[in-house]
Design a protein around this ligand. Structure first.
Ligand code: SF4
Length: 410
């Protein structure tokens, strides 16, 4: 007779196999593209083995598990850790659960919870969690059901009103607490020089990201490659990743823009779920910019400091990661729509495709207000609701093709 434990293990084994199949399919598709270059193999290699133990030995430093994008990465590098944003784009992981989660749940969070079961190494170890959306706030509680105990968590209570008096001071206090948490874990102080070095390393990486953005805008780099490169951001030492991006940029050919230009907004897109970017290509739409927290918003950008004392650096970092953040969970965040409008001046797109993951309420809620504002500014807008599964592929493609005709005035 099969025991429940054996059955559970067998189910988890099946999920692992399916995830490996999804990853292989995407990697094979990327390698078979006419615009594949051997230089891209570095990024594909990183994505093909994202185990934390591999990342730790690759980077020769312990990993800090992160959710969302509001924890200052510079502080984590300065403490001698490798920040790794934990995410899942796997359809098998998002669909699987032996526990009773809500029917309409953020697939990213559900995928991570499955990942905690299938990849046991994810569970123990330190986490940093900013209180962004409700799914993230409830993540730790859910995680305890899947993998009880193990690992410390440092919450960062995110002030959701940026312009409220005292909000910036409260966030700076959270960042100071994060610094103490990291120092305690590492058993040493984070000094001003550590911080400056990390800031400079990220500034160099950001300069490379700016060039990547230009290459995509000019049609020299397909959006799927942009997502691939940014998707590998946390998987190696920052200096090595940056050097590889610089080398890849030097080898890019001439631009070949084709099709109406669009801006991609909305819920994040994580490896190995490139359904939407692949469909955009197939429909003949050229994605020239985005505001995804898994892509252009992986980091908030480079920093220029007026005050280079330790407290000045900390205050400046805190401000950048809070005031500059485009997350839809803020109550007063006109920057989101203003960012799209200012990028339109730079990138000259005619329409916005807004992807909403089923169960991702913050992006879902804001899509209609963003739509109204952008339409008033003469931009065409298409909202697509989807999940990680492939069943709606044809339906999405038909709508994207109709949108292309609309943009092209056909
Ligand atoms: S913002 Fe959306 S995608 Fe991100 S964790 Fe929350 S619900 Fe999931």
């Amino acid at each position: 007779m099969t025991s429940p434990g054996n059955r559970h293990e067998r189910l988890l084994g099946k999920v692992r196999d399916k995830v490996a199949g999804e990853e292989r399919a995407l990697l094979d598709w990327l390698r078979s593209r006419p615009d594949y270059r051997p230089r891209f193999q570095y990024f594909l290699g990183l994505l093909s083995d994202r185990r934390l133990s591999t990342i730790e030995s690759r980077c020769e430093r312990p990993v800090i598990r992160l959710l969302c994008v509001q924890a200052p990465l510079e502080l984590i590098w300065a403490a001698g850790f490798q920040p790794v944003k934990i995410a899942s784009g796997s359809s098998a992981e998002a669909q699987f659960s032996t526990l009773n989660w809500p029917a309409l749940m953020c697939p990213l969070i559900k995928g991570i919870l499955t990942n905690l079961e299938t990849e046991a190494e994810l569970a123990p170890g330190p986490w940093v969690i900013p209180t962004s959306c409700d799914w993230v706030v409830k993540f730790w509680e859910a995680r305890q059901k899947v993998a009880p105990g193990g690992g410390e968590v440092q919450w960062l209570e995110l002030p959701h009103l940026k312009n409220q008096p005292g909000s910036q001071a409260r966030w700076l206090e959270e960042i100071r607490r994060l610094k103490k948490f990291l120092e305690k874990l590492r058993g040493r102080k984070i000094g001003r020089e550590d911080l400056l070095q990390a800031v400079m390393a990220l500034n160099r990486a950001w300069a490379a990201v700016i060039e990547l953005k230009k290459a995509r805008r000019d049609g020299r780099l397909a959006s799927v490659w942009f997502l691939t490169i940014l998707g590998a951001f946390f998987l190696d030492r920052l200096d090595r990743w940056t050097a590889e991006v610089e080398a890849a940029l030097a080898e890019l050919g001439a631009g070949q823009s084709a099709g109406p230009r669009i801006f991609l907004a909305g819920s994040p897109i994580f490896f190995p779920n490139f359904k939407l970017p692949a469909l955009l290509e197939e429909a003949g739409l050229l994605t020239v910019a985005d505001d995804l927290c898994s892509s252009e918003r992986t980091t908030p950008g480079g920093q220029v400091f007026e005050d280079v004392s330790e407290s000045g650096l900390l205050a400046s970092l805190a401000g950048r990661y809070h005031q500059g953040c485009l997350c839809p969970t803020f109550g007063d965040n006109e920057r989101r729509v203003n960012n799209i409008l200012s990028q339109r001046r730079e990138s000259d797109f005619q329409g916005v495709v807004f992807g909403v993951l089923k169960g991702c309420h913050p992006y879902d809620l804001e899509s209609s207000t963003i739509e109204d504002t952008l339409k008033c500014q003469g931009l065409k807008f298409l909202r697509l609701e989807t999940d990680y599964a492939t069943e709606d592929r044809q339906n999405l493609l038909t709508r994207l093709e109709a949108f292309r005709h609309n943009l092209a005035g056909e």
